[in-house]
Design a protein around this ligand. Structure first.
Ligand SMILES: NC(=O)CCC(=O)C(=O)O
Length: 266
């Protein structure tokens, strides 16, 4: 399976509509990939809290529609990163959610995941958004390996290993993780990606953001990590498309050759 991680760099000078056009042209140039992954909140801006309400939209809004069209025209699975979703009112009385979207080559939305762990402590996501309450896995297809299950999570979720253990128990062999993770803590990002791969013996495909927006330098270092913890590919700190061939059969081989998951005591 050929995977592309689109590690976007953006700053405050680029408007979200302009960014949508730029992403459209970047993704359109990635024909031949089976799975393309975008970062968290790339349209509204990961840390651009003040403009979230203005650029929030529904699951059938302009960003989602564009991503649908791209997935269909490229005939690929497109993980569109996440959007600021204007959705139903949640238990805290807010209607914004940080929602990751996956589209299939048929041009349909295959999965939506509302970020469970909100980042920002008293500000940012907890102040403006609701927290998702449902773990999401999605069945995907690879022409060589056949069907496989991917677990969806977003950025700060990475710090909560119990979510990934639950995805593993739901059959996941791959973790798809879009992020807007700052440079200040990028070593935690790199370490936790490897930890999640090693402890759950899953392939980790993680796409971060680059550039500086809202006075926050982003960390880059998008990566693909094998189920044994080997770093198969890692981006630098600038805008970059990381294109990687992955063999999903290696996941089962890693689990067979080092069957640590069989020693769990529940
Ligand atoms: N967008 C985020 O979730 C940022 C997470 C982060 O900065 C951290 O966990 O550290």
């Amino acid at each position: 399976m050929r995977v592309a991680l689109v590690q976007l760099a953006y700053d405050d000078a680029e408007s979200p509509p302009d960014r949508l056009e730029r992403v459209t042209s970047l993704v359109s140039g990635l024909a031949g990939h089976d799975l393309i992954v975008l970062p968290e909140l790339w349209y509204a801006g990961g840390f651009s809290y003040r403009q979230w309400p203005e650029y929030a939209q529904g699951l059938d809004g302009p960003v989602a529609q564009r991503l649908c069209e791209l997935a269909e025209s490229l005939g690929c699975i497109l993980h569109g990163g996440s959007i600021v979703e204007r959705g139903p009112l949640g238990p805290e009385g807010k209607d914004l959610w940080n929602t990751s979207l996956v589209f299939g080559p048929d041009g349909q939305q295959w999965a939506a995941y509302r970020k469970i762990h909100r980042f920002g402590f008293a500000t940012g996501e907890p102040e403006l958004m609701e927290a998702g309450d449902a773990m999401v896995t999605v069945e995907l297809f690879d022409q060589d390996a056949g069907d496989f299950v991917a677990g969806l999570s977003t950025c700060y979720d990475l710090r909560f290993p119990e979510l990934y253990r639950a995805q593993l128990d739901a059959g996941a062999t791959v973790f798809l993780i879009p992020a807007a993770w700052p440079a200040a803590r990028v070593e935690a990002w790199r370490t936790l990606l490897r930890a999640r791969a090693i402890e759950d013996q899953c392939l980790v495909i993680a796409c971060n953001t680059a550039g500086t927006h809202a006075r926050t330098p982003m960390g880059g270092h998008s990566a693909v990590i094998a189920a044994g913890g080997e770093v198969l590919a890692e981006a630098g700190t600038q805008e970059q498309v990381l294109s990687v061939e992955v063999d999903l059969d290696e996941i089962a081989k890693a689990r067979e050759s080092f069957p640590v998951l069989q020693d769990r005591r529940l």
